[in-house]
Design a protein around this ligand. Structure first.
Ligand SMILES: Cc1ncc(COP(=O)(O)O)c(C=O)c1O
Length: 385
């Protein structure tokens, strides 16, 4: 945030719903809307010396400023020493951090079980002479490959396996070795987890998922402490031009007002679905960090405030998984996650994740949990006939 910690008129002890509803709002101006509309501008009037805040549309835009303040207030409430940058997509944000911080000869540690575009990123990093090491998220295995690294990249919970690592522990180990730490916070959202409070240097996310939550916007964001690393991320955005459109930025800001309601509802629905799946004999490998007994539950309970909307599990065969997806009525067969309408997919169809053929990633939407559970159980019955 460029000026003050909170802009929406809420007090320091305001609840998360209040914060979400008012995050990033400018001071009221008579006859102006509460959330100013999108500013469509490639350039701004700029007589004299070309100083900001608004000069050229690839550098800054007032609609981004409001959105960036809103995200910053949720990622690091009460901190006026952090900065948030909005991007055209989650991958634009991910790439901005990696490629702005790393140089030829540097070493980076990535998760071996993270988002399926990371192997593509790895190939590009290696093409630039950056050394890439990988280790799984679970069991804090990245600890073992940290020596000499410049940057540690964490994805917790991981997509699609939903493993969780001890972020604070990994951050301490990385900082001791002089490495920066970035956490992909996509699955958790800032209402589920605040990586900067756990010590990380960057919280990075795809806002395409639950942050915007309606399956109609591509967006990314990075929050970090103001300083040279974040300045480098800003320069990268300017150089590459990976900027969000004003309409997307405005839609995202509007959507954040309902973030707490959506996240709470979807978290409750995900737990209900996970509990229902637990008793089914055809389901194996059920994972949900919010489910007591899940391998991630203990550490997730310590560092997360909400456990997210994604449940993963495996059906016995690819054919069974496809029949299950076909039989669902309230759940769309679609990729992505975090939207108010439930989606599910057989993740193996993309070929990028090390998952069994019958592996399903189910994103729980804002439908009534009872209706969803009934739909999932009926589809399981029908797919077994
Ligand atoms: C964990 C994670 N990080 C990053 C991304 C990339 O986001 P986007 O699709 O908005 O580029 C995704 C997309 O699914 C993701 O799941």
């Amino acid at each position: 945030m460029s000026d003050s910690a909170a802009t929406g008129g809420f007090s320091a002890d305001a609840g998360e719903g209040t914060r979400a509803v008012r995050a990033g709002l400018p001071d009221p101006v008579k006859y102006e809307p509460t959330l100013p509309g999108p500013v469509f501008a490639a350039h701004f009037h700029l007589p004299g010396e070309p100083t900001g805040p608004y000069t050229y549309g690839r550098d800054e835009n007032p609609t981004w400023t409001h959105l960036e303040r809103a995200i910053g207030e949720l990622e690091a409430p009460g901190h006026d020493d952090v900065e948030t940058l909005a991007f055209a997509s989650g991958m634009a944000a991910v790439s901005a951090v990696l490629f702005s911080q790393l140089r030829t000869g540097d070493t980076v540690v990535l998760p071996s079980d993270g988002y399926q575009a990371l192997p593509l990123v790895r190939a590009q990093l290696e093409a630039y002479g950056i050394v890439v090491r990988t280790a799984p998220t679970g069991g804090d295995a990245q600890l073992d490959v940290l020596d000499g690294a410049k940057l540690l990249w964490i994805e917790s919970p991981s997509n699609p396996g939903l493993d969780v690592c001890d972020i604070r522990r990994l951050v301490e180990a990385a900082h001791t070795r002089g490495a920066l730490v970035a956490v992909d916070n996509t699955l958790a959202t800032p209402l589920g987890q605040r990586p900067l409070e756990l010590g990380a240097d960057f919280s990075v996310a795809s806002g395409t998922k639950q942050l915007t939550g309606h399956g109609d916007v591509l967006l990314g964001h990075v929050t970090g402490r103001a300083g040279e690393p974040m300045s480098a991320v800003r320069r990268w955005r300017k150089i590459v031009g990976a900027i969000p459109g004003p309409m997307e930025a405005w839609l995202a800001h509007r959507s954040i007002a309902t973030l707490q309601m959506r996240v709470d509802r979807q978290t409750a629905g995900a737990l209900a679905v996970a509990e229902a799946l637990r008793s089914r004999s055809e389901v194996s490998g059920l994972r949900y960090p919010g489910l007591p007994g899940d391998p991630s539950h203990e550490i997730a309970s310590r560092q997360m405030r909400r456990f997210g909307c994604v449940v993963s599990f495996t059906l016995p065969t690819r054919a069974r998984a496809e029949r299950f997806l076909d039989a669902l009525r309230l759940v769309d067969d679609a990729t992505s996650f975090g939207g108010v309408r439930s989606t599910a997919e057989r993740r193996g169809r993309w070929g990028g994740d090390a998952v069994p053929e019958g592996f399903i990633r189910l994103s729980v939407g804002a439908e009534d949990p009872d209706d969803l559970v009934a739909d999932v159980l009926r589809a399981l019955d029908e797919s077994g006939r």
